[in-house]
Design a protein around this ligand. Sequence first.
Ligand SMILES: Nc1ncnc2c1ncn2[C@@H]1O[C@H](COP(=O)(O)OP(=O)(O)O)[C@@H](O)[C@H]1O
Ligand SMILES: [Mg+2]
Length: 372
Amino acid sequence: MNIGVLGAGQLGRMLALAGYPLGHTFRFYDTAPPESLPPAAQLAPYVNGRFDDLAALDAFAAGCDVVTYEFENVPVGAAMHMAESRPVYPPPRALEVSQDRMAEKALFASLGIPTPRFAPVDSVDDLASAIAKTGLPAVLKTRRLGYDGKGQAVVRGVPEAAAAAARLGGCNLILESLVAFERELSAIATRGRDGTTVIYPICENTHHEGILRCTLAPSPGASSAAAEQAHRHVAAILDHLDYVGTLAVEFFDTGDGLLANEMAPRVHNTGHWTIEGCRTSQFENHIRAVTGLPLGSVEPLGHCAMVNIIGRAPAADDMLRLGAKVHLYGKEPRPGRKIGHATIVASSASELAGPLEALRGLVLAANQGERI
Ligand SMILES: Nc1ncnc2c1ncn2[C@@H]1O[C@H](COP(=O)(O)OP(=O)(O)O)[C@@H](O)[C@H]1O
Ligand SMILES: [Mg+2]
């Protein structure tokens, strides 16, 4: 099949790399200028267009058997328009929910999935009542378009909250209680066109300055009760949305149950370890799902660690010597920018520990003196 992907970043690139051995071809559509050579455009035909240019979207769709997307800020209207002429997976409704942190939390609540306490903030006047609901400290976030911790501020008092609200645009915000979690977990799952669902082993994630740094999988810290809760919650969301494709849900593990943070209707950074660490990667299963193939096994192949390469990359040779597999996305190095990741799969937790520490050391050293 010819698979059309909206978005041409590294997630699209890894979708194509997983889909080629299934016999598929790919084409990408994004707003980035072609001369900037976005990561996926280095592998496959690339169409540069706007998401409100329906004629350009139609022309793109005409060459595709199925359309999917690799970033969650594809305008819902564009996805719905394309769904009139071509199958579009995941369903545009999943996009709509995940583009708005209020809608997302409301969906979680409607499915009985616990979340941090939250309240909408549409003006400075809303702050007092929102704080009454969430308590302090709290996190003020833009409802839309936030990523990698951008558009967020931790607030500890009313004046600080008012200043942060003004900085974040004053309206369309959400206030959440700041969760003192024991660890962050994510559940990645893929649902096929026939409703069959596979759920990957639960991942344990470390963030710094709002950016994912490292994922360990299967999570060494999560209790079996927490893992089972995460599985139940992700399955409930998939079924409710009649979802097709790979979905990620992020949780805070409080040690006394999980609170859902957010979801992404796409393959996810916390699932990159599945390329080497699972029998079938999140990327391959996404492609299998949207093309109607049976899903592959999600059995883990060992104790896995994925480290994001942010800023500048260490020498590939140094990472390879540690037994890591190195994925570079073809992006220019820039402070704070995700330009690749490296994965180590070991046969035991103790065998993983040394190389993982060394790998993190290399990534830190490559960025010394710069924000990473
Ligand atoms: N309510 C919260 N309590 C504690 N930490 C939070 C909260 N919200 C966000 N964070 C921290 O910030 C990170 C990024 O926030 P998130 O809501 O996932 O936004 P993004 O869309 O940028 O990933 C989270 O992974 C977590 O480490
Ligand atoms: Mg997140």
